[in-house]
Ligand binder design. Sequence first.
Ligand code: GAL
Length: 379
Amino acid sequence: MINVILKSVAAGLMMLPVFPCASVMSESATPKIVPGEVWKDVAGDTINAHGGCVLFSEGKYYWYGEHRAAVRPVPQEGVTVYSSPNLVDWTYEGLALKASEKAGDDIEKGCIFERPKVIYNPRTGKYVMWFHLELKGQGYGAARCAVAVSDSPAGPFSFVKSGRVNAGKMPLNLSKENASVRAGEKMEWWTPEWRSEIEKGMFTLRDLDGGQMSRDMTLFVDDDGKAYHIYSSEDNLTLQIAELTDDYLDHSGRYIRIFPGGHNEAPALMKYDGKYWMIASGCTGWEPNEARLMVAESMMGEWTRLPNPCVGENAEKTFLGQSNYILKVEGKENAYIAMFDRWNPKSLMDSRYLWLPVQLNGGAVSVAWIPEWSPSTWW
Ligand code: GAL
């Protein structure tokens, strides 16, 4: 009820030019996105939704993200959610998924929630959240993915389970006959011999029984309703694409490895011109590096690497950010926004959002730096 009142007050305030949202404090009344600036919600609080995603549902956009504290090691509260009619003015809806207060729970306070992604399943009527989970006190060692569900886009989501991926299952594009026989062996990294073993799935086989590692991740729903989990696996060396079951709550067992040893993370996907496009980063932690673009004719097919899609100031360092999600603008054809995070490891809460329109020219995909722009007039 309070939420409803706040929302209508916010909707009224949005009409005023003096509205206290940093992103709309421009001369013009057109709500603007200013990449890299502090982005305030309609209540005037800084938006705290990092590494997240945006889902359009029931006439509104929902932005989910990692809650981050100003300083470490203050624990994360969980996954936050904001709603907006126009992708610029956001209302805080609360914690979509809350860290548990119970010792021993997978999502016990003190665990790490990263890169939450939410998709809607029309077959079950459920909103399904997947995220990268690291268990309390284990650093980044657990390398798990986790699932939560809700009947409503704003939550609350209930935690379902967490674990590694597809235990006991071989990837579709690696046969046991051609696979490495050195699973689990200690080898010096980056030597040609090691690289060849990585390509032959040395780490895939090492993790076969317990399941594949899953760190940076995203979800993608295809036009036929099939959903995919795309994640950095095998010690972040190799991306894997795993098909989800029809209810989106599990893996179907079918998965592929792409760019083995390519050291890709932060995957973000879109479909355009009948092809699948992925922007990813290299693995340098919170530090920015050059973005990578990949393309494929089918999700579970052959992926090809293309040059850096970023153009303009700091393009060789992804505008000092890291890819995270590509959102489809509702009701417009071929309108996509690439979401990047400009991490601030000293205060993760103060990490900034870089949202930029994806430029599509004659079947090519690029993202140019634009100091400010408006989703309502761009397309
Ligand atoms: C990055 C990753 C982030 C976070 C960070 C921790 O490589 O993309 O999501 O996991 O490492 O250092």
